[in-house]
Write a protein that binds this ligand. Structure first.
Ligand code: ASP
Length: 331
């Protein structure tokens, strides 16, 4: 079996001009570190579920990405995090939303799934559940980063409540927000047993209303896995991904219309999402180990590694065929 993991660190307005060489190096090193964790698990014969959990855990620990440490600010200057995970073998799933004190929301989502009674826990109930499960809690200040703070202050000053991280025009004049632009992290994997899994985690969007929940913790919207079709993790303007059930739709197009993964992804990301103003992308892997990472934004932090193979990372929009682009290079 062709075990493989793919990861993303958010899609949005990011061009080569936006990042200095040093910043690009930092992002690529972070993506490489995340890939290594998931790839190692797959190479040791571990499960896709463990590989995506480890990858998203590492992404949450990295302050460069909008999940865990480094999460964006709500309108009230607080942090509310969402995460989800799904097992393509059994269709078991778990998610948490609007949590404010968990160091790693993805671990709480995994516990919700393993517990099996519920799929989605929110707010205080989710936090109490995670505490009872022995997961680490943190003070609100833990999530703070200068870049996200500056991003939020600017949004407040400009009165752009509800700003999406992906808003190109709004971001164009904000050099201090470099590195703070992208949202959401995720991973998808196929293991040596032929099982698929997907995981997604986010701080949401800058200056969001308190209590707002995006696509990331909603099974079918920002995360989905089914061995019969594909594992999918999304990033982008969450409300549009919810309205389309974007992650589920990829698998549904494959199952109902017999489409290949690449064609299903193309329809969702390049046709259906733009038709309702949706900006962003997704990563997906099917049961044969085919990986697709389409996005309709300027860029998407992303990477891919096969068991026993090279690791590759990319950030910008490919200028030619994705794998042929000079930018897509082994890490
Ligand atoms: N989809 C995420 C949300 O709406 C944000 C992102 O991917 O940047 O919460």
């Amino acid at each position: 079996m062709n075990a493989v993991i793919a990861i993303h660190g958010g899609a949005g307005t990011i061009t080569r001009e936006d990042l200095s060489a040093a910043q690009e190096r930092d992002y690529r090193a972070a993506l490489e570190h995340v890939l290594l964790g998931g790839q190692g698990i797959l190479e040791r014969g571990g499960s896709a579920l463990d590989a995506v959990t480890e990858a998203v855990f590492r992404l949450e620990e990295c302050p460069l990405f909008n999940a865990g440490k480094g999460a964006v600010f709500t309108h009230a200057g607080t942090h509310e995090l969402d995460a989800s995970i799904m097992d393509g073998r059994s269709l078991a799933a778990g998610a948490v939303a609007c949590v404010k004190s968990l160091r790693n929301p993805i671990l709480a989502a995994r516990r919700v799934m393993e517990d099996g009674r519920h799929v989605l826990l929110v707010g205080e109930g989710a936090e109490a559940f995670a505490r009872d499960a022995g997961l680490e809690t943190v003070a609100p200040g833990y999530y703070f980063t200068e870049a996200r703070y500056a991003q939020w202050r600017r949004a407040l000053a400009e009165g752009r409540s509800g700003l999406l991280d992906h808003d190109a025009q709004a971001l164009a004049a904000r050099p201090e927000a470099i590195g703070a632009r992208m949202g959401t992290v995720g991973a998808v994997a196929l293991d040596a047993q032929g099982n698929l899994a997907a995981a997604t985690s986010t701080g949401g969007v800058t200056d969001k209303c308190v209590g707002r929940v995006g696509d990331s913790p909603l099974i079918g919207a920002g995360c989905y896995a089914n061995n019969r079709s594909a594992a999918v993790s999304c990033t982008g303007t969450g409300e549009t991904f919810i309205r389309l059930l974007a992650a589920y739709d990829v698998g549904a197009l494959m199952e109902y219309r017999g489409l290949a993964l690449a064609d299903a992804c193309e329809i969702v990301v390049m046709q259906k999402l733009p038709a309702i103003g949706g900006l962003g992308g997704l990563i997906a892997v099917d049961a044969q180990g085919t990986v697709c990472m389409p996005f309709n934004s300027e860029g998407m932090y992303r990477g891919e590694a096969r068991a026993g193979g090279a690791r590759a990372t990319a950030i910008y929009r490919p200028s030619a065929a994705p794998r042929a682009a000079e930018e897509w290079r082994p890490a």
